[in-house]
Ligand binder design. Structure first.
Ligand code: PBG
Length: 327
């Protein structure tokens, strides 16, 4: 009798395959939809050329978009803002009537149960496009930036954000934000920290969408070097020590080894961010008829769950809901 492995026995029928499948199907609660909300004309709906299907949205357009998504079962979203004007203190990020603060108030009033996460960063609001305060020699200052990030997080939480997600990669920002939230009486607001964020070319389309490309230089002095894996653990543990409640790994697909490693070392929830460039590549190949877009989209997300993601930020969220591809 042959003794080789007979893996095909458990692949024979759809029922057997789903019985032995190790990774659970996607749930709507796993998915977080990013939105780009723009100050100014409330009805604005402008497609982002490098992200087909995604738009910059004015306040009214955002409300319409979310209404349709909530009807399809949207559970959670993350908001990015594009202010009317930018300066060197990123004042649009922490203004009480900033675009994100306005959007949060508007959405929470209508959908109190919708889980709203706000991205805490300064690059969209800085005239130079960096994530912190810039010196005249082009250096991004760390400690001087922390109070601005803390102020941003507090103003977003005061507007009603359920969770704040710092994505700036300054050292010590989670502690600064936690302290400021607590001091403002917001002890119940969780921090979903972009703990492991690489300096990645996969953010290209996002920077078109958020108009946040740095005017000079790059983000390599604060975002992580793509060659580093051990350092990811250092970053994850540091953020936990500072008070992060859950962690983001970003980008997702090209860094699923990192997701897996972090998963094996920490016990907090992990979020994978399938970033703009990952979305753009799948869409582009799909639109060209080079791949089966729906199948590739599902496989890419399954891969992230299999690698250890509890939740996923993906621009495909609305598509998945619309097409009934999640439970
Ligand atoms: C802000 C921020 C970026 C992304 C999320 N938050 C851009 C960047 O760091 O340049 C990228 C998300 C995406 O590509 O989808 N700092």
């Amino acid at each position: 009798m042959q003794t080789f492995h007979r893996g095909r026995r458990l692949r024979a029928t759809p029922y057997i395959r789903s019985m032995v499948r190790e990774t659970a199907p996607l749930l709507r609660e796993d998915l977080i939809m990013p939105y780009f909300v723009v100050a100014g004309e409330p009805g604005l709906r402008k497609e982002i050329p490098s992200m087909p299907g995604q738009c910059q949205l004015g306040l009214d357009a955002l409300t319409e978009q979310v209404a349709a998504a909530v009807d399809m079962g949207l559970a959670s979203c993350i908001l990015f803002g594009i202010p009317a004007s930018k300066d060197e203190q990123a004042s649009g990020a922490w203004a009480e009537d900033g675009i994100v603060q306005k959007a949060v108030r508007r959405l929470k009033r209508r959908w109190p149960e919708l889980l709203i996460i706000t991205d805490v960063c300064l690059c969209e609001y800085m005239s130079h496009g960096h994530c912190g305060i810039l010196t005249s020699e082009g250096r991004v200052l760390n400690d001087e930036t922390l109070p601005l990030l803390a102020k941003t997080a507090v103003s977003q939480a005061q507007a009603g954000a359920d969770m704040v997600a710092p994505s700036d990669m300054m050292d010590g920002r989670v502690a600064a934000i936690r302290e400021a939230l607590d001091a403002a009486g917001l002890t119940g607001t969780p921090i979903l920290s972009y703990a492991v964020k690489y300096a990645s070319a996969f953010y290209g389309p996002f920077r078109d969408a958020a108009q946040s490309a740095p005017a000079c230089g790059d983000r390599k002095s604060y975002q992580m070097d793509p060659g580093n894996a051990r350092e990811a653990l250092l970053e994850a543990l540091a953020d936990l020590q500072e008070g992060a409640d859950a962690l983001i790994i970003k980008p997702a697909g090209p860094y699923s080894d990192i997701l897996r490693t972090v998963r094996e070392h920490v016990n907090v929830p992990l979020c994978a961010y399938q970033v703009s460039g990952e979305y753009a590549m799948i869409r582009a190949a799909g639109l060209n008829g080079w791949v089966d877009e729906r199948a590739v989209m599902l496989e890419s997300l399954l891969g992230l769950k299999r690698s250890g993601a509890d939740m996923i930020i993906t621009y495909f969220t609305e598509t998945l809901l619309r097409d009934g591809l999640v439970r």
